[in-house]
Design a protein around this ligand. Structure first.
Ligand code: F6R
Length: 332
C-alpha cells in the first residue's frame, strides 16, 4: 500500500500521457448534442466521479450526476454521456446500469481494467479508457481515474482545463512537500488512534471527505463520520449531546480550502466554539496549492497517508478488504 500511495504523482502523469495515445470518438463525428452526463461506479471506482463533479462545478456546460446503484434516472437518452467505471469490470450495479444505458441509446464510455465491462466495450465499440492493474486495488487508482475522467470531459468539449500546467504544478508541489506531507499525516494518525474521527468541511469538499472516510474504512479498518457545512448547521449540530465517555472518543477534523464560502468560514468559527464545549480534540487541516484541483489532490494525498499510518497504529494490514470479497462472492 505504501508504494501505491507513493505512486500518486506518477499516476497523474501516466494518465495524461496514456490518454494522448487513445483513439476516442468525438461527439462531433456522431452528431450528438450531449445535454447531461451520468457516471456510474461503486466504491474506489465511483469516488473519482464525485471528485470530478466538485472539481468541474464551475466549468461544466451540462448537468452531471453520479449514480451508485442498479437503476438510472429516467431522463437518460441518446443525448446522455454515460460513463461506466469499474476497476474489475464485474461490479453488478455498474453492469446493470450499463445495460440500461445501452437500452436507452446513451453515448457510452467505459473505464476498466477488464472483466465484463471491457468485453462489452470491445464488442459494441464503446470508447474505452483502460486502467492498469495496480495490484488489484481499485481505490489505489484514484489519481489515475480522476485525471482520466477530467481528460475525457475535456476531450468531448464539456470542460476546458489546461492539464499540462495543472499536472506539472501538482507533481512539482508534491515532490517538494512529500516529506512534510507524510510527517503531518503521521502526526494526525497518532492523534486519531483509538478515536472516532468526525470530518467536517465546506460542501465543495464533500467528495474529498468521503474519500478520506472510505480510506479510513478500507485501509485502517474502522468507522468514521462525515458531514458538511452549511447543511450540518441545520440538523447535526443539535446532536452534539453525547454521553461523556463517547464524547471523549471523538476527534473532529475541520478541513479548509481557499475556495470555501466566506459564510461557511464564519459558520465554522461559531461552531468551533460550540464544539469546544463538548470536546477539545479538534484539528484544522488546510489545503495547499494554486488551484482548486491542486488543493483537492493535496488533501487526498495527505489523507491517503493518514489512513495508511492509522492502519499501522491500529495494527492492521491496509491492503486486504476480505469482507467486501466475502460479500461479493456470497451474492453470486
Ligand atoms: C476499493 C474496493 C472497492 C471496489 C468496489 C467496486 O479498493 O475494493 O471499493 O472499488 O467494490 O469494485 P470495482 O472497482 O471492481 O468496480
Amino acid at each position: 500500500m505504501n508504494e501505491l500511495i507513493s505512486s500518486f504523482s506518477q499516476q497523474l502523469e501516466d494518465a495524461y500521457f496514456n490518454f494522448q495515445k487513445l483513439s476516442l470518438s468525438s461527439f462531433l463525428d456522431k452528431n450528438r448534442n450531449i445535454s447531461n452526463i451520468v457516471m456510474v461506479g461503486l466504491g474506489g471506482s465511483g469516488i473519482g466521479g464525485n471528485l470530478v463533479q466538485t472539481i468541474t462545478r464551475s466549468l461544466l456546460k451540462v448537468p452531471y450526476q453520479v449514480c451508485k446503484t442498479y437503476n438510472l434516472p429516467s431522463y437518460i437518452d441518446e443525448n446522455t454521456l454515460f460513463i461506466a467505471s469499474s476497476f474489475s469490470g464485474n461490479t453488478e450495479e455498474t453492469l446493470a446500469s450499463l445495460e440500461e444505458a445501452q437500452r436507452k441509446g446513451a453515448y457510452i464510455v467505459c473505464l476498466t481494467s477488464g472483466g465484463k465491462v471491457k468485453e462489452i466495450a470491445n464488442q459494441k465499440g464503446f470508447d474505452l479508457v483502460p486502467l492498469k492493474s495496480l495490484a488489484a486495488c481499485p481505490r489505489a487508482h484514484l489519481p489515475y481515474s480522476v485525471t482520466s475522467l477530467l481528460l475525457l470531459l475535456n476531450h468531448y468539449g464539456l470542460i476546458e482545463i489546461d492539464f499540462e500546467k495543472e499536472i506539472k504544478e501538482t507533481v512539482e508541489s508534491f515532490n517538494q512537500k512529500d516529506e512534510i506531507i507524510k510527517k503531518e499525516a503521521k502526526q494526525l494518525a497518532i492523534a486519531l488512534k483509538g478515536k472516532f474521527p468526525i470530518l467536517y468541511a465546506d460542501a465543495i469538499l464533500e467528495p474529498m471527505l468521503i474519500r478520506f472516510q472510505q480510506q479510513i474504512n478500507e485501509n485502517a479498518k474502522q468507522l468514521c463520520h462525515v458531514a458538511v457545512f452549511p447543511e450540518m448547521n441545520h440538523n447535526e449540530l443539535v446532536g452534539w449531546h453525547l454521553p461523556k465517555d463517547i464524547l471523549s472518543k471523538t476527534h473532529i477534523l475541520l478541513f479548509h480550502s481557499d475556495y470555501d464560502h466566506e459564510r461557511v468560514n464564519r459558520r465554522m468559527e461559531i461552531c468551533e466554539n460550540i464544539f469546544n464545549k463538548h470536546t477539545t480534540a479538534i484539528t484544522h487541516i488546510s489545503a495547499k496549492g494554486n488551484s482548486f484541483l491542486e488543493q483537492v489532490f493535496y488533501l487526498i494525498y495527505l489523507t491517503d497517508w493518514v489512513s495508511y499510518y492509522l492502519a499501522e497504529e491500529n495494527g492492521v494490514d491496509p491492503f486486504p478488504v476480505e469482507v467486501i470479497n466475502y460479500l461479493k462472492s456470497s451474492l453470486q
